[in-house]
Design a protein around this ligand. Structure first.
Ligand SMILES: NC(=O)c1ccc[n+]([C@@H]2O[C@H](COP(=O)([O-])OP(=O)(O)OC[C@H]3O[C@@H](n4cnc5c(N)ncnc54)[C@H](O)[C@@H]3O)[C@@H](O)[C@H]2O)c1
Length: 383
Protein backbone atom coordinates (compact mmCIF):
# COMPACT_ATOMS: atom_id res chain seq x y z
CA UNK A 1 0.00 0.00 0.00
CA UNK A 2 1.37 3.45 -0.89
CA UNK A 3 0.66 6.01 1.80
CA UNK A 4 1.71 9.62 2.25
CA UNK A 5 2.70 12.08 4.96
CA UNK A 6 -0.89 12.90 5.88
CA UNK A 7 -1.49 9.19 6.59
CA UNK A 8 1.73 9.05 8.65
CA UNK A 9 0.65 12.08 10.71
CA UNK A 10 -2.96 11.04 11.24
CA UNK A 11 -1.87 7.52 12.28
CA UNK A 12 0.57 8.99 14.82
CA UNK A 13 -1.97 11.45 16.27
CA UNK A 14 -3.05 8.66 18.59
CA UNK A 15 -4.85 10.86 21.13
CA UNK A 16 -6.94 12.48 18.41
CA UNK A 17 -7.63 9.03 17.00
CA UNK A 18 -8.98 7.88 20.37
CA UNK A 19 -10.99 11.11 20.70
CA UNK A 20 -12.46 10.62 17.22
CA UNK A 21 -13.61 7.10 18.16
CA UNK A 22 -15.42 8.58 21.19
CA UNK A 23 -16.88 11.48 19.18
CA UNK A 24 -18.18 9.08 16.52
CA UNK A 25 -20.49 7.70 19.21
CA UNK A 26 -21.27 10.82 21.25
CA UNK A 27 -21.68 13.27 18.30
CA UNK A 28 -20.96 16.43 20.37
CA UNK A 29 -21.17 18.72 17.32
CA UNK A 30 -24.21 17.20 15.59
CA UNK A 31 -25.97 19.89 13.54
CA UNK A 32 -23.27 22.51 14.25
CA UNK A 33 -20.87 24.38 12.00
CA UNK A 34 -17.30 24.97 13.20
CA UNK A 35 -15.41 27.78 11.45
CA UNK A 36 -11.64 28.07 11.57
CA UNK A 37 -8.65 29.92 10.15
CA UNK A 38 -5.69 27.71 11.03
CA UNK A 39 -2.44 26.48 9.44
CA UNK A 40 -3.73 23.87 6.99
CA UNK A 41 -1.09 21.16 7.28
CA UNK A 42 -1.34 17.44 8.06
CA UNK A 43 -1.69 17.76 11.84
CA UNK A 44 -4.59 20.21 11.58
CA UNK A 45 -6.15 17.77 9.11
CA UNK A 46 -6.24 15.19 11.93
CA UNK A 47 -7.94 17.74 14.22
CA UNK A 48 -10.52 18.90 11.68
CA UNK A 49 -11.32 15.30 10.80
CA UNK A 50 -11.91 14.53 14.49
CA UNK A 51 -14.38 17.44 14.70
CA UNK A 52 -16.06 16.30 11.50
CA UNK A 53 -16.43 12.73 12.82
CA UNK A 54 -18.06 14.34 15.89
CA UNK A 55 -20.86 15.66 13.68
CA UNK A 56 -19.54 19.12 12.75
CA UNK A 57 -19.78 20.77 9.38
CA UNK A 58 -16.27 22.25 9.12
CA UNK A 59 -15.58 25.49 7.22
CA UNK A 60 -11.87 26.34 7.12
CA UNK A 61 -9.35 28.69 5.65
CA UNK A 62 -5.60 28.69 6.19
CA UNK A 63 -3.27 31.06 8.00
CA UNK A 64 -1.01 33.50 6.20
CA UNK A 65 1.68 31.76 4.13
CA UNK A 66 1.35 28.33 5.75
CA UNK A 67 -1.37 26.39 3.89
CA UNK A 68 -0.31 23.20 2.14
CA UNK A 69 -2.14 22.18 -1.03
CA UNK A 70 -2.12 18.42 -0.29
CA UNK A 71 -3.84 19.10 3.04
CA UNK A 72 -6.45 21.34 1.41
CA UNK A 73 -7.21 18.62 -1.15
CA UNK A 74 -7.37 15.97 1.57
CA UNK A 75 -9.83 18.00 3.67
CA UNK A 76 -11.98 18.95 0.68
CA UNK A 77 -12.06 15.25 -0.29
CA UNK A 78 -13.51 14.50 3.15
CA UNK A 79 -16.40 16.90 2.69
CA UNK A 80 -15.02 19.97 4.49
CA UNK A 81 -15.52 23.39 2.95
CA UNK A 82 -12.18 25.10 2.34
CA UNK A 83 -12.33 28.84 1.65
CA UNK A 84 -9.67 30.46 -0.54
CA UNK A 85 -6.20 29.28 -1.46
CA UNK A 86 -2.70 29.46 0.06
CA UNK A 87 -1.62 33.10 0.18
CA UNK A 88 1.00 35.35 1.69
CA UNK A 89 -1.10 38.44 0.96
CA UNK A 90 -2.67 39.69 4.19
CA UNK A 91 -5.54 41.49 2.45
CA UNK A 92 -6.53 38.43 0.45
CA UNK A 93 -6.23 36.32 3.61
CA UNK A 94 -8.46 38.86 5.41
CA UNK A 95 -11.17 38.38 2.78
CA UNK A 96 -11.10 34.60 3.34
CA UNK A 97 -11.48 35.14 7.10
CA UNK A 98 -14.43 37.47 6.42
CA UNK A 99 -16.05 34.66 4.45
CA UNK A 100 -15.65 32.22 7.35
CA UNK A 101 -17.38 34.60 9.76
CA UNK A 102 -20.06 35.39 7.14
CA UNK A 103 -21.11 31.69 7.36
CA UNK A 104 -22.02 32.42 11.02
CA UNK A 105 -20.53 29.20 12.46
CA UNK A 106 -21.86 27.97 15.82
CA UNK A 107 -18.31 27.52 17.09
CA UNK A 108 -15.01 29.18 16.13
CA UNK A 109 -11.58 27.61 16.39
CA UNK A 110 -9.37 30.69 16.14
CA UNK A 111 -5.63 30.99 15.66
CA UNK A 112 -4.21 34.48 16.21
CA UNK A 113 -7.54 36.12 17.14
CA UNK A 114 -8.51 36.81 13.53
CA UNK A 115 -12.03 35.38 13.75
CA UNK A 116 -13.07 36.57 17.23
CA UNK A 117 -11.74 40.08 16.46
CA UNK A 118 -14.20 40.14 13.54
CA UNK A 119 -16.98 38.86 15.82
CA UNK A 120 -16.21 41.67 18.28
CA UNK A 121 -16.91 44.13 15.44
CA UNK A 122 -20.06 42.36 14.22
CA UNK A 123 -21.43 39.82 16.77
CA UNK A 124 -24.12 37.33 15.68
CA UNK A 125 -26.62 35.68 18.01
CA UNK A 126 -26.09 32.01 17.11
CA UNK A 127 -22.38 31.96 18.05
CA UNK A 128 -21.85 29.74 21.12
CA UNK A 129 -18.14 30.58 21.55
CA UNK A 130 -15.01 28.57 20.84
CA UNK A 131 -11.28 28.40 21.29
CA UNK A 132 -8.14 30.44 20.57
CA UNK A 133 -4.86 28.66 19.97
CA UNK A 134 -2.06 31.20 20.48
CA UNK A 135 -0.31 33.68 22.80
CA UNK A 136 -0.65 36.42 20.18
CA UNK A 137 -4.37 35.71 19.82
CA UNK A 138 -4.95 35.88 23.57
CA UNK A 139 -3.23 39.29 23.75
CA UNK A 140 -5.43 40.54 20.91
CA UNK A 141 -8.70 39.21 22.36
CA UNK A 142 -8.38 40.18 26.05
CA UNK A 143 -9.31 43.85 25.37
CA UNK A 144 -12.29 42.66 23.28
CA UNK A 145 -13.88 40.51 26.02
CA UNK A 146 -16.98 42.66 26.55
CA UNK A 147 -17.71 42.78 22.81
CA UNK A 148 -17.21 39.00 22.34
CA UNK A 149 -19.22 38.03 25.47
CA UNK A 150 -19.00 34.27 24.76
CA UNK A 151 -16.85 31.47 26.20
CA UNK A 152 -13.42 31.43 24.52
CA UNK A 153 -10.96 28.91 25.93
CA UNK A 154 -7.30 29.72 25.25
CA UNK A 155 -5.37 26.57 24.43
CA UNK A 156 -2.01 28.34 24.74
CA UNK A 157 -2.69 28.94 28.43
CA UNK A 158 -2.76 25.23 29.19
CA UNK A 159 0.45 24.11 30.93
CA UNK A 160 0.47 21.16 28.50
CA UNK A 161 0.60 23.46 25.48
CA UNK A 162 3.26 25.59 27.17
CA UNK A 163 5.73 22.81 27.82
CA UNK A 164 4.86 20.24 25.14
CA UNK A 165 4.49 22.52 22.17
CA UNK A 166 5.90 25.97 22.91
CA UNK A 167 9.00 24.92 24.82
CA UNK A 168 9.95 21.50 23.49
CA UNK A 169 8.40 21.38 20.02
CA UNK A 170 8.91 24.96 18.82
CA UNK A 171 12.51 24.76 20.02
CA UNK A 172 13.09 21.58 18.03
CA UNK A 173 11.24 22.69 14.92
CA UNK A 174 12.81 26.15 14.63
CA UNK A 175 16.19 24.49 15.08
CA UNK A 176 15.23 21.87 12.46
CA UNK A 177 14.12 24.72 10.18
CA UNK A 178 17.49 26.44 10.41
CA UNK A 179 19.16 23.22 9.26
CA UNK A 180 16.47 22.51 6.65
CA UNK A 181 16.65 25.98 5.08
CA UNK A 182 20.39 26.51 5.27
CA UNK A 183 22.05 23.08 5.56
CA UNK A 184 24.71 24.91 7.63
CA UNK A 185 26.61 23.87 10.73
CA UNK A 186 25.51 25.13 14.13
CA UNK A 187 28.68 24.23 16.08
CA UNK A 188 30.55 27.26 17.35
CA UNK A 189 28.08 29.66 15.70
CA UNK A 190 26.90 32.64 17.69
CA UNK A 191 23.11 32.48 17.90
CA UNK A 192 21.00 35.25 19.44
CA UNK A 193 17.46 34.44 20.49
CA UNK A 194 15.08 37.39 20.92
CA UNK A 195 12.39 36.51 23.45
CA UNK A 196 12.89 34.06 26.32
CA UNK A 197 9.28 33.00 26.81
CA UNK A 198 8.22 29.38 26.45
CA UNK A 199 9.20 29.26 22.76
CA UNK A 200 12.47 31.16 23.15
CA UNK A 201 13.59 28.85 25.96
CA UNK A 202 13.20 25.83 23.70
CA UNK A 203 14.94 27.51 20.77
CA UNK A 204 17.86 28.62 22.96
CA UNK A 205 18.19 25.14 24.48
CA UNK A 206 18.17 23.37 21.09
CA UNK A 207 20.91 25.58 19.64
CA UNK A 208 22.95 25.24 22.83
CA UNK A 209 22.60 21.46 22.65
CA UNK A 210 23.92 21.70 19.07
CA UNK A 211 27.12 23.38 20.32
CA UNK A 212 26.21 26.95 19.35
CA UNK A 213 27.19 29.89 21.56
CA UNK A 214 23.75 31.19 22.48
CA UNK A 215 22.84 34.65 23.74
CA UNK A 216 19.39 35.82 24.79
CA UNK A 217 17.77 39.26 24.56
CA UNK A 218 14.45 39.87 26.32
CA UNK A 219 12.83 43.23 27.08
CA UNK A 220 11.80 41.97 30.53
CA UNK A 221 14.75 42.24 32.98
CA UNK A 222 13.38 39.49 35.24
CA UNK A 223 13.20 37.09 32.29
CA UNK A 224 16.68 38.19 31.19
CA UNK A 225 17.98 37.41 34.68
CA UNK A 226 16.49 33.93 34.39
CA UNK A 227 18.24 33.43 31.03
CA UNK A 228 21.49 34.59 32.64
CA UNK A 229 21.09 32.11 35.51
CA UNK A 230 20.25 29.41 32.97
CA UNK A 231 23.76 29.99 31.65
CA UNK A 232 23.09 32.02 28.51
CA UNK A 233 25.04 35.11 27.52
CA UNK A 234 22.73 38.12 27.99
CA UNK A 235 24.42 41.05 26.24
CA UNK A 236 22.84 44.41 25.54
CA UNK A 237 20.65 44.36 22.43
CA UNK A 238 23.14 46.17 20.17
CA UNK A 239 26.05 43.94 21.19
CA UNK A 240 23.92 40.83 20.69
CA UNK A 241 23.03 41.86 17.13
CA UNK A 242 26.63 42.81 16.29
CA UNK A 243 28.01 39.43 17.34
CA UNK A 244 25.31 37.11 15.94
CA UNK A 245 25.75 34.66 13.05
CA UNK A 246 22.10 33.65 13.46
CA UNK A 247 19.28 35.76 14.92
CA UNK A 248 15.99 34.08 15.86
CA UNK A 249 12.96 36.14 16.92
CA UNK A 250 10.24 34.49 19.05
CA UNK A 251 8.64 37.35 20.96
CA UNK A 252 5.12 37.89 19.56
CA UNK A 253 6.06 41.59 19.23
CA UNK A 254 6.38 43.65 16.03
CA UNK A 255 9.59 45.19 14.65
CA UNK A 256 12.08 43.30 16.76
CA UNK A 257 14.65 43.40 13.94
CA UNK A 258 14.27 46.27 11.48
CA UNK A 259 16.17 48.24 8.84
CA UNK A 260 17.40 50.52 11.65
CA UNK A 261 19.62 47.61 12.73
CA UNK A 262 21.33 47.41 9.34
CA UNK A 263 24.58 49.09 10.52
CA UNK A 264 24.93 46.47 13.30
CA UNK A 265 24.66 43.18 11.42
CA UNK A 266 27.65 40.88 11.18
CA UNK A 267 28.52 39.87 7.61
CA UNK A 268 26.58 36.73 6.70
CA UNK A 269 23.99 36.89 9.49
CA UNK A 270 20.86 34.75 9.06
CA UNK A 271 17.56 36.26 10.25
CA UNK A 272 14.80 33.82 11.18
CA UNK A 273 11.39 34.39 12.74
CA UNK A 274 9.61 31.78 14.89
CA UNK A 275 6.84 34.11 16.19
CA UNK A 276 3.29 33.82 14.93
CA UNK A 277 3.07 36.99 12.82
CA UNK A 278 5.48 37.93 10.02
CA UNK A 279 6.23 41.25 11.69
CA UNK A 280 9.10 40.42 14.06
CA UNK A 281 11.72 40.62 11.30
CA UNK A 282 10.80 43.53 9.02
CA UNK A 283 11.71 41.75 5.79
CA UNK A 284 10.24 44.48 3.57
CA UNK A 285 12.05 47.29 5.39
CA UNK A 286 15.35 45.40 5.25
CA UNK A 287 14.95 44.70 1.50
CA UNK A 288 14.20 48.38 0.84
CA UNK A 289 17.11 49.81 2.87
CA UNK A 290 19.23 52.20 0.77
CA UNK A 291 22.39 50.23 1.63
CA UNK A 292 21.02 47.17 -0.24
CA UNK A 293 22.68 47.11 -3.67
CA UNK A 294 21.45 43.76 -4.93
CA UNK A 295 19.33 40.85 -3.73
CA UNK A 296 19.68 37.16 -4.58
CA UNK A 297 16.57 35.08 -3.99
CA UNK A 298 17.17 31.38 -3.46
CA UNK A 299 13.59 30.50 -4.30
CA UNK A 300 13.81 26.78 -3.63
CA UNK A 301 15.24 27.52 -0.16
CA UNK A 302 13.02 30.58 0.58
CA UNK A 303 16.09 32.66 1.47
CA UNK A 304 16.73 36.24 0.31
CA UNK A 305 20.35 37.41 0.45
CA UNK A 306 20.81 41.18 0.46
CA UNK A 307 24.22 42.50 -0.60
CA UNK A 308 25.11 45.79 1.08
CA UNK A 309 27.24 48.64 -0.28
CA UNK A 310 29.96 48.03 2.31
CA UNK A 311 30.44 44.42 1.19
CA UNK A 312 28.39 42.70 3.90
CA UNK A 313 25.55 40.27 3.11
CA UNK A 314 22.50 39.39 5.21
CA UNK A 315 20.20 36.39 4.75
CA UNK A 316 16.46 36.69 5.48
CA UNK A 317 14.62 33.36 5.82
CA UNK A 318 11.03 33.00 4.51
CA UNK A 319 10.55 36.78 4.27
CA UNK A 320 10.13 36.84 8.04
CA UNK A 321 7.26 34.30 8.08
CA UNK A 322 7.23 31.67 10.81
CA UNK A 323 10.09 29.46 9.66
CA UNK A 324 8.83 26.10 10.89
CA UNK A 325 5.81 26.29 8.58
CA UNK A 326 7.66 27.82 5.62
CA UNK A 327 10.49 27.00 3.25
CA UNK A 328 11.34 23.64 1.72
CA UNK A 329 9.19 20.72 2.94
CA UNK A 330 7.85 22.45 6.06
CA UNK A 331 7.05 20.01 8.84
CA UNK A 332 5.82 22.26 11.66
CA UNK A 333 6.00 21.10 15.25
CA UNK A 334 6.36 17.43 16.21
CA UNK A 335 3.30 15.23 15.73
CA UNK A 336 2.96 14.27 19.40
CA UNK A 337 3.12 17.89 20.62
CA UNK A 338 0.36 18.89 18.20
CA UNK A 339 -1.66 15.78 19.04
CA UNK A 340 -1.68 16.94 22.68
CA UNK A 341 -2.58 20.55 21.82
CA UNK A 342 -5.24 19.57 19.32
CA UNK A 343 -6.83 17.09 21.72
CA UNK A 344 -7.13 20.01 24.16
CA UNK A 345 -8.78 21.92 21.27
CA UNK A 346 -11.26 19.11 20.53
CA UNK A 347 -12.17 18.64 24.20
CA UNK A 348 -12.57 22.40 24.79
CA UNK A 349 -14.82 22.78 21.74
CA UNK A 350 -16.87 19.83 23.02
CA UNK A 351 -17.26 21.62 26.40
CA UNK A 352 -18.42 24.87 24.74
CA UNK A 353 -20.75 22.96 22.38
CA UNK A 354 -22.58 21.32 25.28
CA UNK A 355 -22.86 24.60 27.22
CA UNK A 356 -20.44 23.46 29.93
CA UNK A 357 -18.98 26.99 30.28
CA UNK A 358 -20.66 30.40 30.24
CA UNK A 359 -19.85 33.86 28.92
CA UNK A 360 -17.80 34.57 32.06
CA UNK A 361 -15.23 32.15 30.59
CA UNK A 362 -14.34 34.63 27.83
CA UNK A 363 -10.63 34.34 26.97
CA UNK A 364 -9.67 32.08 29.89
CA UNK A 365 -7.30 29.09 30.14
CA UNK A 366 -8.25 25.46 29.47
CA UNK A 367 -10.14 24.08 32.52
CA UNK A 368 -7.92 21.93 34.81
CA UNK A 369 -10.05 18.78 34.43
CA UNK A 370 -9.50 18.80 30.65
CA UNK A 371 -5.73 19.19 31.19
CA UNK A 372 -5.73 16.28 33.65
CA UNK A 373 -7.75 14.03 31.34
CA UNK A 374 -5.58 14.73 28.28
CA UNK A 375 -2.37 14.20 30.29
CA UNK A 376 -3.68 10.89 31.69
CA UNK A 377 -4.77 9.66 28.24
CA UNK A 378 -1.36 10.52 26.74
CA UNK A 379 0.52 8.74 29.51
CA UNK A 380 -1.67 5.64 29.17
CA UNK A 381 -0.94 5.50 25.43
CA UNK A 382 2.81 6.08 25.86
CA UNK A 383 3.85 4.06 28.91
N1 LIG B 1 6.45 28.76 15.51
C1 LIG B 1 5.50 28.10 16.16
O1 LIG B 1 5.16 26.96 15.84
C2 LIG B 1 4.86 28.76 17.36
C3 LIG B 1 4.17 27.96 18.29
C4 LIG B 1 3.65 28.59 19.43
C5 LIG B 1 3.76 29.96 19.58
N2 LIG B 1 4.39 30.70 18.61
C6 LIG B 1 4.53 32.16 18.68
O2 LIG B 1 5.81 32.49 19.22
C7 LIG B 1 5.74 33.80 19.85
C8 LIG B 1 6.28 33.71 21.28
O3 LIG B 1 5.46 32.85 22.04
P1 LIG B 1 5.76 32.55 23.60
O4 LIG B 1 4.72 31.57 24.02
O5 LIG B 1 7.19 32.22 23.81
O6 LIG B 1 5.45 33.99 24.22
P2 LIG B 1 5.80 34.53 25.68
O7 LIG B 1 4.87 35.66 25.91
O8 LIG B 1 5.87 33.39 26.65
O9 LIG B 1 7.30 35.09 25.53
C9 LIG B 1 7.66 36.18 24.74
C10 LIG B 1 8.89 36.81 25.35
O10 LIG B 1 9.36 37.82 24.44
C11 LIG B 1 9.76 38.97 25.20
N3 LIG B 1 9.71 40.13 24.31
C12 LIG B 1 8.66 40.86 23.89
N4 LIG B 1 9.04 41.82 23.03
C13 LIG B 1 10.37 41.69 22.88
C14 LIG B 1 11.35 42.36 22.10
N5 LIG B 1 11.03 43.39 21.32
N6 LIG B 1 12.65 41.97 22.20
C15 LIG B 1 13.01 40.94 23.01
N7 LIG B 1 12.11 40.26 23.77
C16 LIG B 1 10.83 40.62 23.70
C17 LIG B 1 8.78 39.01 26.34
O11 LIG B 1 9.28 39.75 27.44
C18 LIG B 1 8.62 37.52 26.68
O12 LIG B 1 9.55 37.08 27.65
C19 LIG B 1 4.27 34.20 19.74
O13 LIG B 1 4.07 34.99 18.57
C20 LIG B 1 3.54 32.87 19.56
O14 LIG B 1 2.27 33.01 18.95
C21 LIG B 1 4.96 30.13 17.51
Amino acid sequence: MTLDRIDWVTRNCRLLGATARTFAETQPFAGMTIGTGIHLEPKTAALLETLSVGGARVVATGNLNSSQLETIDYLAGRGMEIIGAPTGDSQEHGRYLDEIVARQPDLLLDNGGDLFARVADAPYASLLGGTEETTSGRARLVPLRSAIARPVLVINDSPIKQFAENRHAVGQSIFESYLRFSNRMTNGRRVTVFGYGACGRGVAACFRNAQSIVSVVDTDPVVTLEAHLDGYVTPLREDAIKSADVIVTVTGAADVITAANMPLFKDGVSLINGGHFPWEVDAKGLAGHPAVQATDRFDDLDIATHHLADGRSIHVFADGHMANLAGPRPLGNSIESMDLGFTLQARCLELVARGGVGADACVVPVPPDINAQVATDYLVLNR
